[in-house]
Structure formats: C-alpha cells, structure tokens
Design a protein around this ligand. Structure first.
Ligand code: ATR
Length: 288
C-alpha cells in the first residue's frame, strides 16, 4: 500500500455547502489506499454564489470528477454539458465525470439506495407502500429508485408541498402503475399514511448537526414495529428519528450504507474500478 502524491496524481472530490462532517473523503481515500491508485479525494466547501465558478473550475484544474452533495444536487444541473438519462429524469446529479473536455452528470444515489436496501433491509417492495419525508435532491433519487422497483404507492410529505408536487409531475408519467401522493409535512394524514406504510424514509436535513435534537417526526407514537425506518443522515449515526423508531420496535437503517454504495458507483465512473460494497462498509465501520 502506498499513498504518495506526485505530478501524475488525479484529483477527485466532493462539492457541498457544509461538508466538515462528510465521510466521503475518508471512504474514497481508503479505497485509493487499498488499491494503491494514484488518485486523491478532496473536500471542496463552496458557497452557493460560487457554485457555477467551482463547476467550471473542474475543467480549468483538470479534476477527474466530483461528488455533489447537499444542497447542490439540483442546482448543479444547469452548469453541466451533459446529463445521463436517469439523472435527467430525476433532475438531480450527485456525480460529475470530466472526460474529453466535457462535464457529464450522473445520479448514483439511485443505485446506492437500492443496494443499501438489498443488503441491510429488503428490496422486495413490489406492492408495498412508502412514506417519504422531504422533497429535495436526495428525495428525488429515493422516489425514483422505489418507482423503478415497482412500489405500489409513495406518499411524499414536505414543508414546501409544491416541491413534492413537482417530483410527482415529473416522475409519475414514467411509472404509471405506481401511485404518488403529496402532502404538507404538517398534514394530519401523515399519521394514517405511516400506519399503512412498510417503509418510512427521512430525506430532510432535520437531525443533522448542529440541530441534532431536531426530527422530521416529532410525534413518536407514529412509529410502529412493521416499519422499516430509513434515515439518509449518517452523522450522527443514530438520529433522534432513528432512536425513536427503534424504541417503537421498527427496523432501522442509517445513511452510511447508501453513502458507501453510491460512492462506489461514483468511484467506478472515475477510475473504472469497483470495490466490494460490503468490504468498504466494514472498513469504514471499523475506522469510525
Ligand atoms: P438534498 O439534496 O440533500 O435533498 P435539499 O434539496 O436542500 O437537499 O433538500 C432538503 C430537504 O430538507 C427539503 O425537503 C427541505 O424542505 P423544503 O423543500 O421545504 O425546503 C427539507 N428541510 C430542510 N430544512 C427543513 C426544516 N427546518 N423543516 C422541514 N423540512 C426541512
């Protein structure tokens, strides 16, 4: 194992707004070390007003590619030369590849979410119902993944219901067999919809530092043992949302497996190398 930076080192990284707690640099640099690749993965903390300049900078600095994280997954699309078809439908990009002078956007969150369900929970969701909290870039990928797997119904609850409505409008034409309903996060029907659901996913940022006492579902009584409760947040490893779900007897998953699996897919797009997900997950869990 060697880890030396020289004149031939290729740069990859992550662009986001608050990435001090991101585990992506650790994950990618551990993979680079394990396979002795001449790559280096760096964090780029960028203000929203600099996003366009930063994306152009990928070309100027000959960076091989980047991940895009909260809250830029949708905002970044307009700065790219090409967007792969599913990322285009989703309207959100979490990976950029710089090749032959062009920047191409991909969405590896979809496969990351599916693989995390396969390994940690269950992906047999055909005919089941899901409640999704939030309607940002991450929610779009989760909804798309569930629709591709043939889920029967999805209820999206968001503080700004118009954003959930937009997801419904853009994605439902591609999946006419699945039913998408949208509501405000304040809506009383949340209780009833969670009661009937098999899967409950938090895609909002509520529970992230510094407000770790925050949760998108303050009423603990809404959780039940037949739910698989998924929080896309991985820091802290157990949000208040997940702790409450666990107390209610629900099975829980945090965002680490999805982060690892989406990261592996992005890594493959940049390097042509695809490490084993389980192995990387184990490596990161031991370090953490
Ligand atoms: P990401 O790309 O990670 O999905 P995003 O697109 O900024 O990030 O989405 C963040 C999600 O968290 C949105 O659903 C947002 O709700 P709005 O669409 O109403 O903005 C949700 N969110 C963030 N802060 C929130 C808060 N204080 N209360 C409720 N929802 C919140």
């Amino acid at each position: 194992m060697k880890n030396e930076i020289n004149g031939k080192t290729k740069i990859i990284g992550v662009i986001g707004k608050n990435i001090e707690n991101s585990l992506s640099p650790l994950i990618h640099n551990q993979i680079i070390l394990k396979y002795s690749l001449n790559f280096c993965y760096l964090p780029f903390q960028i203000a929203e007003t600099d996003l366009g300049k930063a994306i152009q900078g990928i070309k100027a600095l000959n960076i091989r590619g980047v991940n895009i994280t909260f809250p830029y997954k949708e905002k970044v699309v307009k700065f790219l030369d090409e967007v792969e078809e599913s990322a285009q439908r989703i309207g959100a990009v979490n990976t950029i590849v710089h090749s032959k002078g062009l920047l191409t956007g991909y969405n590896t969150d979809v496969i990351g979410f599916k693989k995390s369900l396969q390994e940690d929970g269950k992906l047999a969701i055909k005919g089941e119902k899901a409640v999704i909290l939030g309607a940002g870039g991450a929610a779009r990928a989760v909804v798309y993944a569930l629709l591709e797997e043939g889920i029967e119904g999805i209820c999206i609850f968001n503080r700004t219901p118009e954003k959930a409505e937009k997801i419904k409008r853009t994605l439902s034409p591609f999946f006419p067999k699945s039913r998408i309903s949208v509501f405000s996060l304040e809506e009383k029907r949340l209780k009833d919809k969670i009661k009937k659901a098999h899967l409950l996913v938090n895609t909002t940022s509520l529970g992230m530092p510094p407000r770790v006492d925050n949760t998108p579902l303050p009423d603990e009584k809404l959780f039940h043992p037949n739910l698989l409760v998924y929080d896309l947040i991985y820091h802290p490893a157990r949000t208040l949302f997940l702790r409450q779900a666990e107390r209610a007897g629900a099975k829980i998953i945090n965002g680490l497996p999805m982060l690892v699996y989406q990261g592996i897919e992005s890594f493959y797009l940049w390097t042509g190398l695809k490490p084993e997900g389980e192995e990387v997950l184990e490596m990161i869990r031991q370090i953490e």
